[in-house]
Design a protein around this ligand. Structure first.
Ligand code: GTP
Length: 597
């Protein structure tokens, strides 16, 4: 296909504005799948994505579109995730395209992630075509949302395409807009090969698959390729495109997207953002690539059953291949044994990885309380990153600690603004800006990330009955009066429950956690003391009374099947407990204990 007949585009949108539904319609309109194959939301193909109704991995599809000008165009669609935690995946999809469809729900209007995504697209020099979706809904207000796009985003909405992805209204107009309004890719067919490594994942049948966007030169089946960041060399066994079924091709030229299968064994060789060149005719310089992702939240993951450690290591390696933004390293805990310290882009990301480990890999895990990355300056000089609260040294050797801050944008209907401002203040927020777009307020706040990671979304959602939207960017580090709170169970510190908090809230949180643990730790045959302490100073204490009765005692001896069930249940409970000294703590306590409310 000549370059002028190729268009590479992403779809960007706030969550639930209809991005996946629109993608399905475009695929259907181009006849890429038969009616029978056209399950809804073709692109959300991970089981978990379907269940949660969100897109996690960026996917790509190649469509053939016979346009009104009589020519057939190749349209490469890159799907992008909508959730704030996955901004990184959005940025790499955008780097592979020249333009974006900006989907805005005409009944909702511009939301926080509409803004975040569109700014990323503008940064990537994209041509942007606004698409107003859900015009079939009675609540749709096209003129209002057009005005909003112009006012808030600052791009023209005059030629916005009005569609209903649900009914299929005006889908043809979207395809025409792609052809007529987006620029074709550029690139020299004869130049040395430069292909951007956009994504990689592990396919259980094929092994490692790499998704690339060719920028310069020609990638051929059978060629010897080299990863420019680490010099690893591979032989291209298979080359193909997603139609959306995997379909083999002989070569891919500039502007094209496709996959490589090259019998790659070393996961570490596939760095997203890397440039792939040809071994025999290498490019002099790699592509600009994009910024590597930086995990902002860390937690420890430990197998409940110590024998599962190797299996966990294996599974993490496979997940990492599917998700370059996920990081991990080995760690040992006095309480939990051998495990891994894992870094995530946010709490949702953490939950998803945890869920995938248990579902896809059948692993029973304990997760320790999530923590942000602190900068620790010792009195004897030198800065170190603190990923694990348990590692925080004694106050006397610390000169100062800095914590990460974020800049958050929250959009909310007027009537809930008060609740949002109260929440931000409670979390040590500093207001930067407050403006109105119609009857929606847009508040910009600086907040310590530490105050956001645990349950900020949940609180924001319930305080605004789900009407607020939220997005954030990292905004540097600042010195702060932080202390480590240790949790002791019968005088023994449980390293996995230690956490760092601002001094002003340390006591309240210490007390809340002791109270929570009292609920979560079942009574045992002896008295259990639960304490929270800063250094050697105890700031909170709860006691769980001793219990000596057999659980079946309350069955009055009569019903034998009921008795068996209870015993079974007790056994099940045992499996999920960890032993601390003499005390057993249920797995659920570790995460739940640190959720504040
Ligand atoms: P993520 O993948 O989670 O980012 O969401 P998304 O933007 O892909 O949204 P999705 O396509 O899953 O659509 C969200 C909801 O809106 C679904 O229940 C769709 O059925 C519905 N929806 C999508 N398009 C339309 C439309 O044109 N009209 C109406 N009435 N509903 C729509």
């Amino acid at each position: 296909t000549p370059l002028v007949q190729i268009r590479n585009f992403s779809i960007i949108a706030h969550i639930d504005h209809g991005k996946s539904t629109l993608a399905d319609r475009l695929i259907q309109a181009c006849g890429a799948l038969s009616e029978r194959e056209m399950k809804s939301q073709v692109l959300d193909n991970m089981e978990l994505e379907r269940e949660r109704g969100i897109t996690i991995k960026a996917q790509t599809v190649r469509l053939n579109y016979p346009a009104k000008d009589g020519k057939t165009y190749v349209l490469n669609l890159m799907d992008t995730p909508g959730h704030v935690d996955f901004a990184y995946e959005v940025s790499r999809s955008l780097a592979a395209c020249e333009g974006s469809l900006l989907v805005v729900d005409a009944s909702q209007g511009v939301e926080a992630q509409t803004l975040a995504n569109v700014y990323q697209a503008i940064d990537a020099n994209h041509e942007i075509v606004p698409v107003l979706n859900k015009v079939d809904l009675p609540a749709a207000d096209v003129p209002r949302v057009k005005a909003q796009i112009e006012e808030v985003i600052g791009i023209s909405a005059e030629d916005a395409v009005e569609v209903s992805a649900k009914t299929g209204l005006n889908i043809e107009a979207v395809l025409e807009a792609l052809v007529t309004r987006l620029p074709p890719p550029k690139g020299d067919d004869k130049a040395p090969l430069k292909a951007l490594l956009v994504d990689s994942w592990y396919d259980p049948y094929l092994g490692v698959i790499i998704l690339v966007r060719v920028k310069e030169g020609r990638l051929k089946k059978g060629a010897k390729i080299r990863m420019m960041s680490n010099g690893a060399v591979y032989h291209v066994d298979q080359l193909g495109v997603f139609l959306p079924h995997m379909t083999q091709v002989d070569d891919l030229g500039p502007g094209e997207m496709g996959y490589i299968n090259a019998a790659i064994k070393t996961v570490a060789d596939c760095n997203v953002g890397d440039t792939i060149t040809e071994e025999n005719k290498p490019a002099a310089e790699p592509l600009a690539g994009f910024k590597p992702s930086v995990p902002v939240v860390w937690c420890g993951l430990y197998p409940v059953n110590a024998d599962d450690f190797e299996k966990l290591r294996d599974s993490l390696a496979k997940l990492r291949l599917n998700d370059a933004s996920f990081h991990y390293e080995t760690e040992t805990s006095a309480a939990l044994g051998f495990g891994f310290r894992c870094g995530f882009l946010g709490l949702l990301h953490l939950e998803i990885i945890q869920e995938r480990l248990s579902r896809e890999f059948n692993l029973d895990l304990i997760a320790t309380a999530p923590s942000v990355v602190y900068h620790l300056f010792r009195s004897n000089g030198g800065m170190e990153e603190l990923h694990n609260p348990a590692d925080m040294p004694d106050g006397s050797v610390i000169e100062r600690i800095e914590e990460p801050w974020i800049k958050a944008t929250i959009m909310v209907p007027d009537e809930y603004l008060g609740a949002v401002l109260a929440l931000c203040t409670e979390r040590r927020g500093q207001q930067e800006d407050l403006t109105y777009v119609g009857n929606r307020a847009m508040a910009v706040y600086r907040l310590p990330l530490n105050e956001v990671v645990f349950d900020f979304y949940d609180r924001l959602k319930s305080a605004t009955r789900g009407y607020a939207s939220f997005d954030y960017q990292m905004d540097g580090y600042e010195e702060s009066d932080l202390v480590k709170i240790s949790i002791l169970v019968n005088q023994e510190p449980v390293d996995a429950l230690a956490f760092v908090a601002h001094r002003s809230v340390a006591e309240t949180r210490g007390r809340a956690i002791c109270a929570r643990l009292k609920e979560l730790i079942p009574r045992q045959l002896f008295k259990i003391a639960i304490q929270a302490a800063i250094g050697s100073r105890v700031i909170a204490r709860e006691t769980i009374g001793a219990l000596s009765k057999d659980v079946t005692a309350k069955c009055y001896g009569g019903d034998i099947s009921r008795k068996r069930k209870l015993l079974e249940k007790q056994k099940e409970g045992k499996k999920r407990m960890r032993q601390f000294g003499k005390v057993e703590i249920p797995q659920s306590a570790f995460l739940a204990a640190l959720k504040m409310d």
